[in-house]
Design a protein around this ligand. Structure first.
Ligand code: CTP
Length: 470
């Protein structure tokens, strides 16, 4: 097979030229080839393997490029990288690898193209296209990756036990590719992942999370989470989700399986948003249900304050997984905390409750509504329709109230300074009390969200507290 058109662009002909000038044999390999053949044009990274010195090749390519980009050399790995406007190109000399137990960093020695293909994770990632003049564009595929690509199968070139044990990150990659591409992990491979699941411990949290993000960013993350669960990887990453698994029964009363419910919610929200953090919020929205689950003889199963408990758990979870403890985390916490509020509203939509919701959610109100709609997983068609209809009403009410009262980016209409000036006060607790009372009165609809009504209200409140006008 010849894939000349795949590598007809300027950059490949230039790499080919540099390679023949140095008397090397060079190939494009890995993700670029895979994605080209799958017609997925997402790859901005190109991996180049050469039989010889990858660093020297990178330097020669840079020399031939008009802007002569800087070559970044990673001596320890014997690799080099350069960036053009759109691409990141990595160069490596073909190598053999041997691994030791406690590390995913192999001992490396020089090797042939086939040695290099053997050391790769999946047959579909071991496909190489020649950049050599004599067979430019030829596909080199010793493990029949092309037929795995056609059949949608993830298979390792070597014994899967070895491939996964050598570099356990590949277990995550297998599941990520299966989720992203809708591929099936070949059964020996799947068993090997389950067998080697404990090896995940040698992988840094950051790398695990990178893969998890990619699973969550895919069209149907539940595929990945079910695989992570079946292979025993999930308890090592997110035990909070595993704790949601199962259905208990007391006095004939059951509750839903909150693990599978959560996965449905995540799949649902992927239909309406690409926002990675809102997807994370969907994944974590019920984690507080495991620690708060109780059976009450009168009301059945309860998960009292699970939203509050869940939002507290988010911080510990992010910290443990070395995820950023920044605004993204705060957003996830906020979504988890507020996740039941619109549901409560759906049965009793009062203006003041809507104002409070808009006040608490602020600019994230639309994300919150998406989360709540995704949370509808009932299989009862009538209920499904009714719940969605209720949320439509909530949305309309939000729009109406927001247009009238502008609560979304609430700014206190009366400042602390003005209160001090009006009553000739020094800083004291009562100023905060008056400000809070004004806010409450606005949210309750007793006064409008404007200066004049708030000013009058402040005068009344001040008098009640015994303050005298300046
Ligand atoms: N590779 C591997 N084992 C790993 C990581 C990478 O064998 N743990 C090999 C695979 O051949 C892979 C290539 O290195 O195709 C490039 O890796 P990388 O850029 O991380 O992934 P891609 O396969 O390009 O896919 P993606 O960009 O979606 O991560």
């Amino acid at each position: 097979m010849n894939f000349k058109e795949a590598i007809s662009s300027h950059i490949f002909t230039l790499i080919s030229k540099a390679s023949s000038e140095l008397g090397l044999e060079t190939y494009v390999i890995g993700g670029f080839v895979r994605d080209y053949l799958l017609d997925r044009h997402t790859s901005k990274d190109i991996d180049i393997v050469t039989i010889g010195d990858g660093i020297a090749l990178a330097e020669e390519v840079s020399r031939l490029l008009p802007h002569q980009p800087k070559v970044q050399v990673f001596k320890t790995y014997g690799t080099a990288m350069l960036r053009t406007k759109e691409l990141e190109i990595e160069f490596v000399g073909a190598r053999k690898e041997s691994y030791s137990e406690g590390s995913r960093n192999p001992k490396v020695s020089t090797g042939t193209l086939e040695d290099d293909q053997k050391r790769r994770d999946f047959t579909i990632n071991a496909l190489a296209l020649s950049l050599n003049t004599e067979n430019y564009g030829a596909l080199l595929d010793p493990f029949d990756g092309i037929s795995d690509l056609k059949k949608g199968i993830l298979k390792t070139p070597l014994d899967p036990n070895k491939t996964y044990s050598d570099d356990p990150l590949r277990m995550m990659r297998a599941i990520r590719f299966a989720t992203q591409l809708g591929f099936t992990i070949e059964s020996n491979s799947l068993n090997a992942i389950a067998e080697n699941h404990e090896r995940l411990q040698i992988i840094t949290k950051e790398r695990i999370i990178d893969e998890l993000h990619k699973i969550i960013a895919s069209d149907k993350p539940s595929t990945g989470f079910k695989l992570l669960e079946n292979t025993k990887l999930l308890p090592q990453i997110l035990p909070e989700l595993i704790a949601l698994k199962g259905v208990d029964e007391v006095e004939g009363q059951t509750h839903k399986d909150n693990f599978y419910h959560t996965l449905e919610v995540v799949d649902n929200i992927c239909l309406t948003t690409d926002d990675l953090w809102l997807r994370w919020a969907a994944l974590l929205h019920d984690i507080g249900k495991a620690p708060t689950k109780k059976y009450d003889k009168k009301v059945g199963w309860t998960f009292h304050a699970h939203e509050f408990v869940g939002s507290k758990m988010v911080y510990r979870l992010f910290k443990r997984l070395k995820m950023p403890l920044n605004n993204k985390m705060k957003f996830v916490q906020k979504m988890v905390l507020l996740s039941s509020r619109p549901i409560v509203l759906a049965s009793d939509v009062t203006d003041s409750a809507v104002r409070r919701l808009i006040f608490d959610a602020g600019d994230d109100i639309d994300s919150l509504m998406l989360l709540c709609e995704a949370d509808i997983t009932t299989k009862n068609a009538k209920k499904f329709k009714r719940y969605h209809k209720n949320f439509e009403l909530v949305r309309e009410k939000i729009k109406e109230v927001e247009e009238r009262d502008r609560i979304r980016n609430f700014q206190p209409p009366i400042s602390g300074e003005l209160i001090m000036e009006t009553f000739n006060l020094k800083p004291c607790r009562e100023i905060g009390m008056i400000k809070e009372a004004i806010k409450e009165a606005i949210l309750e609809g007793k006064i409008a969200n404007d200066y004049d009504e708030s000013y009058q209200f402040m005068l009344t409140k001040g008098k009640e507290l015994g303050f005298i006008l300046n």
